[in-house]
Ligand binder design. Structure first.
Ligand code: NAG
Ligand code: NAG
Ligand code: NAG
Ligand code: NAG
Ligand code: NAG
Ligand code: NAG
Length: 729
């Protein structure tokens, strides 16, 4: 399910037509589900009228909590309503969680006449609209029906079919398949408009050789129905991918961008336009330890290699978009730089994009014991680059060759975790303050003296460093009231993206979910831990054998647990683990590796064997199963059931999980039954990796809380200590 913080990007073509630079969202704190809304000008005269009125006005569109779509003028500071919520209420929210069934609804609303314009597939009946997007010019738009891209030069003109997909063969154009959305591009959209709207680049993902996964749906019929979709498991055929560019002005003309010879059977992890005729593309080999950044000429299809590098698997840098100078001669990217004895940190590197002169080392623009995590924008005229770094503020010296300045450090009280988006000419930026206080979104002018050179994202948190480990306990969630009994501790082995390596769960991002509620009502202390990999925390990164994916992290987590157990306010006899997917895997691994340390464990949709998991993920860390049999066996949980036999744990799994198939739990359960293990199980029929139904979500939360309570009550280790508050509920 796609959820965002009350933030809905509403591409208003009308507004863009009159020179809008940025699309901004000011609504705060209401959960909405991402859907596609198109606002199209119906009558030309209306559009032109508006255009004349406000040629030089910077405007942005925003969607409020109530659902009104407003227009805000940055120059006059005036807000006007574009569409009120009564016109938009009927759009359907279609969660696109599980790639198995892709559906979506697209509405287009005319701002001027308030007409609805339906997008129809020109040829097929009952085709499913999968996506629609505006182009940069006028009201041109592209949309995808059943794996095919259609193009309209303007909202009212006739649609042109750009591709012919073979659905029998599982070929999709312009959108990601399961693998690309979840593991490679990390976006659903796999098409990119050139800046002038004259060309459209898109991926063709061919899954004809990929094995098909069947997900049974049990409810509502005499026989279950199966949802089928291509899902390459470790070692099986992966989708083949090609990048095409189609010329939109004049007769449609399509060219394939040719990959470097060495990377024909591989992944494309990043595509971006760097001028109206050139694109930067990153190809990855199947092992994902080698990447090649190329610049492709859209007019000829020729691609030249600009930078070949070994990929640090533990750093999630595969999707990073480099910034190119306007003439294309230089580009900037984030590369690891040695900082003396302190180890390697991520810094901005400038590289020549001229025909490869070998062994020209990158020129680093920054240095120091901190990480650059994201390049926002390059303003060549002013000689400025806007980037996001992990630490900033008074305490940290951003030393280096170039002058720099933190923009966000002093902008807002209570904000230390940011995201930023810049307008095309870097005149304004949207600042998303994501925590630790209540999230808010603001718009700023880059010329403002208080915001000169840098955007700074700080992930400052309370850190205790023990060798390479760090842990975090939110002060809010650990109310130290003298005289109260020690707290039960729940250790969360989960994070964004289910705790996968390279993701970061210890941040100052605002969050209000059931763990926080638990802490408020049940005297529970919560701890989130990031294992080794040192991502985004201004900390020395270490090289870890990726094949020791599980064991190294288990060791790290257990070290942190030891440390936590020594804290005076933590009851070391009541420690609980919770994790999902990869986190669920780690919790069960930790349980298997210890004896009576954890009183109970809840594992949600745990990965139990990486042979059953996605090729793009498993192979990245463990290699091909045929060659790395030992690594796969060591990593598997299935061989450790004997160690889980006498432990207490709860497994929760949705049977229609398209990411971690129920098969994972099934394999584990059959072995647990064989050894007569005492486990608990909660299934959610036809639910996916993210529970969808409100009553399932509530049931899930209640089940976990009740399980933890009863399990702690029965714990043989637990002396009858007085802790009424903990147990009454
Ligand atoms: C951005 O800059 C370009 C060229 O410098 C100019 O043509 C364009 O009008 C500018 N756009 C805005 C929104 O200021
Ligand atoms: C529309 O907005 C009004 C207030 O402006 C609000 O009372 C109403 O609940 C909103 N309707 C929907 C469906 O959000
Ligand atoms: C714009 O309006 C808001 C409130 O309506 C006010 O706080 C702000 O100072 C105004 N900004 C300018 C530049 O006039
Ligand atoms: C997809 O790949 C298969 C071979 O794996 C090939 O026969 C087929 O023509 C391809 N389809 C497209 C549309 O590229
Ligand atoms: C990438 O991984 C493969 C398989 O694990 C290995 O054979 C190869 O040497 C590696 N290449 C690089 C550049 O590390
Ligand atoms: C299994 O666990 C339950 C509590 O979860 C406990 O009541 C029961 O005695 C246990 N059975 C065995 C055989 O350990």
């Amino acid at each position: 399910m796609k959820q965002t913080w009350g933030v809905q990007m509403v591409p208003t073509d009308l507004e863009k037509g009159i020179g809008i630079a940025i699309v901004v969202i000011l609504a705060v704190m209401s959960l909405v589900i991402l859907s596609v809304i198109l606002l199209t000008p119906g009558k030309k005269s209306c559009l032109e009228e508006k255009r004349q009125q406000s040629r030089d006005v910077l405007k942005l569109a925003l969607r409020t909590r109530e659902g009104h779509v407003l227009s805000f003028s940055l120059t006059s500071n005036l807000t006007s309503t574009l569409v009120d919520n009564s016109s938009v209420v009927s759009y359907s929210n279609t969660a696109i969680e599980d790639r198995g069934q892709i559906s979506g609804l697209c509405l287009s609303i005319c701002v001027c006449s308030r007409d609805l314009l339906e997008l129809n597939p020109p040829e097929r009946e009952k085709a499913v609209l999968q996506y629609a997007s505006w182009g940069p010019q006028g009201s041109q738009l592209a949309y995808v029906f059943d794996g095919d891209i259609y193009y309209k030069p303007s909202a009212t003109s006739k649609a042109l079919r750009l591709t012919i997909a073979d659905l029998e063969q599982n070929v999709v154009n312009g959108l990601s398949d399961w693998t690309y959305e979840e593991e490679v591009l990390l976006t659903y959209v796999a098409h990119w408009w050139s800046m002038d709207g004259a060309r459209l680049a898109y991926l063709t993902i061919n899954n004809s050789a990929t094995p098909v996964m069947e997900i049974p749906h049990f409810l509502g019929g005499l026989y279950p129905s199966n949802v089928l979709f291509p899902y390459p498991k470790a070692g099986s055929s992966i989708p083949s991918v090609s990048l095409f560019v189609v010329n939109l002005y004049g007769p449609a003309h399509t060219l394939e961008m040719m990959p470097p010879d060495s990377l024909r059977a591989s992944y494309i992890s990043m595509v971006t336009w760097i001028s109206s005729t050139r694109l930067a593309v990153r190809w990855l080999n199947r092992a994902q330890n080698q990447s090649v950044l190329c610049v492709c000429e859209a007019t000829t299809g020729a691609c030249s290699e600009k930078h070949k590098m070994a990929m640090d698997i533990m750093q999630n840098k595969r999707q990073d978009v480099p910034l190119f100078s306007a003439d294309g001669s230089v580009f900037y990217t984030i590369l690891p730089a040695k900082q003396g004895a302190r180890g390697e940190f991520q810094h901005i590197a400038g590289l020549s994009a001229q025909p490869a002169i070998p062994s020209v080392p990158p020129r680093f623009l920054t240095s120091g014991s901190w990480d650059v995590t994201f390049l926002c924008a390059l303003d060549e005229k002013a000689g400025k680059m806007y980037v996001i770094v992990t630490v900033c503020g008074d305490g940290v010296d951003l030393d280096g060759v170039f002058q720099r300045r933190c923009i966000s450090c002093t902008l807002m009280d209570g904000c230390r975790f940011f995201k930023a988006e810049f307008s095309p000419n870097q005149t304004h930026f949207i600042l998303y303050c994501l925590g630790p206080g209540i999230p808010k979104v603001t718009v700023h002018n880059t010329k403002d003296p208080s915001s000169k050179c840098y955007i700074c994202l700080s992930h400052l948190f309370i850190t205790v460093q023990v060798a390479v480990k760090s842990y975090f306990m939110s002060p809010v969630l650990q109310p130290m009231i003298p005289g109260l009994s020690p707290y039960l501790l729940i250790l969360f082995v989960l994070s964004l993206r289910d705790g996968v390596p390279g993701s970061q769960s210890v941040t100052e991002e605002f969050s209000l979910d059931w763990p926080q509620v638990l802490s408020g009502t049940h005297n529970v202390a919560l701890a989130w831990v990031d294992g080794r990999s040192g991502v985004g925390r201004g900390q020395k990164t270490t090289t870890v054998d990726p094949r020791k994916l599980g064991s190294v992290r288990v060791k790290d987590y257990l070290g942190v647990v030891e440390l936590l157990m020594q804290l005076p306010y933590i009851d070391d006899r009541r420690i609980v683990l919770y994790g999902k997917a990869f986190g669920g895997y780690l919790t069960l691994k930790m349980l298997a590796a210890t004896d009576n340390v954890f009183q109970c464990t809840a594992a949600v949709a745990p990965i139990t064997d990486f042979r059953l998991y996605s090729a793009a993920f498993s192979e990245r860390y463990l290699g091909l199963p045929a060659k790395e049999e030992h690594a796969y066996s060591t990593a598997s949980l299935l061989e450790e059931v004997n160690k889980l036999k006498d432990e207490r744990f709860l497994i929760l799994h949705g049977t229609a999980d398209a990411r971690v198939h129920f098969q994972h739990s099934a394999e584990l359960l059959s072995r647990l039954v064989k050894v007569e293990a005492n486990y608990s199980l909660q299934l959610y029929p036809d639910e996916g990796h993210v529970l969808r139904e409100a009553h399932s979500i509530q049931h899930f939360q209640r089940t976990v809380v009740n399980y933890l309570q009863s399990c702690l009550k029965h714990s043989i280790l637990l002396d009858p200590i007085e802790d009424d508050e903990e147990e009454d509920d």
